[in-house]
Design a protein around this ligand. Sequence first.
Ligand code: FES
Ligand SMILES: [Fe+2]
Length: 431
Amino acid sequence: MTEYDLLNLNYRSLDEAREDMSRLLGERAKNESLPQALYNDPFLFRVDMDEVFMKQWLFAGMTCEVPKAGSYMTVEIGQNPVLIVRDRDGEVRAFHNVCRHRGSRICKASKGKTANLTCPYHQWTYDLKGSLIYTGSAMGENFDMSQHGLKPVHCRTAGGFIYICLAEGEPPEIDEYLQALETYMEPYDMENAKVAVESILEEKANWKLVIENNRECYHCSGSHPELLRTLLEWDDTTDPRATPEFKAQYERQAQEWDNECIPHEHIEFGLRNRIVRMPLKDGTEVMTMDGKAGCKKLMGRIENRQLGSMRILHLPNSWNHMQSDHVIVFQVLPVSAQKTLVITKWLVHKDAVEGEDYDPERLRHVWDATNRQDRELAEQNQRGINSAGYVPGPYSESYEFGVINFLDWYSETVLREFGVPPASVPRQAHG
Ligand code: FES
Ligand SMILES: [Fe+2]
């Protein structure tokens, strides 16, 4: 818990917190920021973890991060260490990273490669499909190894993305989105990509403030000079702010993309997922400081440097920018009511050579700066919200529809878990 969490502790039970959450979400004013407690109360944070992060599909990493049999990576979902490993059949699997002997975490490293998964405590050993294969002689002859395999975590992959779901039972439906993702990501051949740069930022802000900040560009002109060298703020051609020049540019580029079989149509799945390819500023190619190439080698089968950025949203924890010569993926991991990790990875073609084809500093510059600026915005947002002076304020329907959509998704998702049917929330036209 953070120092702020301790200040806010008032010794309620989790049941009371769930009742509070249900009431606050049921009563919240549509199109306004949330009541204070939903941004800073440690009990309500716990409910967020239980009802959202323990039940929904989460972006966990990229398949190229576990390229070979035995390659693994680890991720922490709240207090739950999860292990993602590629087995000898090439399948990517996820398990609770928890030994079935006395519960030790098995893999400590964030990434690695191993023949089998051996617990460091008493060396119980599991194969890459999670079956227990060795305990030494300590457990006696009658010990049933088959009953002590690693506990699996739901895991699906598509287009190079790995999603996990910690739900005990059936996970939410995700097939349609994954099929679309496969199609939209086909030109990128993400199995043959690699992480060129990675950053982990700790933000002293509730995870919802981090996502809210990402879902609007109202703040961009005041805070993101580097990003705005190449990014057009329009979220879509139907964005109420989109200019005729932008629409004409889109039509022109869309024609090229169609000719090259580069998917770009706006597609969405409820409020959880959306994919849309948007041009960058006319004459620029990718999100670097001068808008020129970030990597000499293009991704996958791509030949056109001007692919703009394909933006992929996956609630509750990821947004992404897919460009012609590199892609940037973002992962949000809540730590406590007022602490959130934002992990950013820049990926390039696996054969691109550092120093020859790309300069990691050049590649990361714009989004490093943008991430730091966004961290400052989210942290100051949190500081103000913690004040006795905070009251929920109105979102702009033309500039902040993405935030409204996110909070509608969040609210409906939690209330559904509480058995409240989805309200007739008026959908925004965009986002
Ligand atoms: S806790 Fe893993 S082998 Fe004992
Ligand atoms: Fe921002």
